[in-house]
Design a protein around this ligand. Structure first.
Ligand code: G3P
Length: 218
């Protein structure tokens, strides 16, 4: 399972990268705005800064919603750096653009996916990644994990190579449950990765080992 961090915060990206388990980064316009990144040049530079920190895929989202605009923005983003994955919303013009990018060998991440039907369309269009937003489904009392399970079944039935990128992860149990269901990738906040580390028996066990090691006189 690949671990992506869902943030545009460079310090958090560095911290996750330093742990040695980070495979990539996902961003979106809200995450960029949260970091105060504005203006096209600054936005493009920020993507380059992220690519400098991590070795893996970095999703950069288009904001156009018409086919020509999505293609124009996506091609510019793809040219920026080889690690950039063009993030395209699940709308009709987006599906057309994903097919266009796929035919041209440009990698995509189909975002804002909330149903199995949308995920099927994204795979048919040749998306590299599909991003079902499980936390936002949970927020409206709909089982986000069930969607991951459904997409896994459908993709396996037909051998679709589109990777399931479980997005809108909110906590470590989401990560564990997505791993059990066979999601290819998860993207979440740093806290969802850090949470995997924690267990009180590890802490108390280590404290006891260190206490007992004092008798070694080393
Ligand atoms: O980047 C897309 C997705 O992960 C957003 O998550 O927490 O805003 O629902 P969230």
């Amino acid at each position: 399972m690949k671990f992506f961090i869902d943030t545009a915060n460079l310090d958090q990206i560095k911290e996750a990268q330093d742990l040695g388990v980070l495979d990539g980064v996902t961003t979106n316009p809200s995450l960029m705005a949260k970091e105060g990144i504005t203006g096209k040049d600054n936005i493009l530079q920020h993507y380059l800064d992220i690519c400098e920190i991590v070795d893996g895929d970095v999703s950069a989202e288009v904001v156009a919603t018409d086919f020509d605009g999505i293609v124009r923005e996506g091609e510019e983003l793809a040219k920026l750096h080889k690690q950039i994955i063009v993030k395209v919303p699940m709308i009709k013009e987006g599906v057309k653009a994903i097919k266009y990018f796929s035919d041209k060998g440009i990698k995509t991440n189909c975002t804002l996916v909330f149903s199995a039907g949308q995920a099927l369309l994204a795979a048919k269009a040749g998306a590299t990644y599909v991003s079902p937003f499980l936390g936002r489904l949970d927020d409206i009392s709909t089982d986000g994990l069930q969607l991951i399970e459904d997409i896994r079944l459908i993709y396996d039935n037909y051998g679709f190579e589109t990777e399931i990128l479980a997005a809108s992860i909110r906590h470590s149990m989401h990560v564990i449950n997505c791993a059990k269901l066979g999601a290819d990738v998860m993207t979440g906040p740093l806290s969802s990765i850090d949470g995997l580390l924690k267990h009180p028996l590890t802490d108390s066990g280590l404290a006891k080992f260190l206490e007992d090691a004092k008798s070694f006189n080393v």
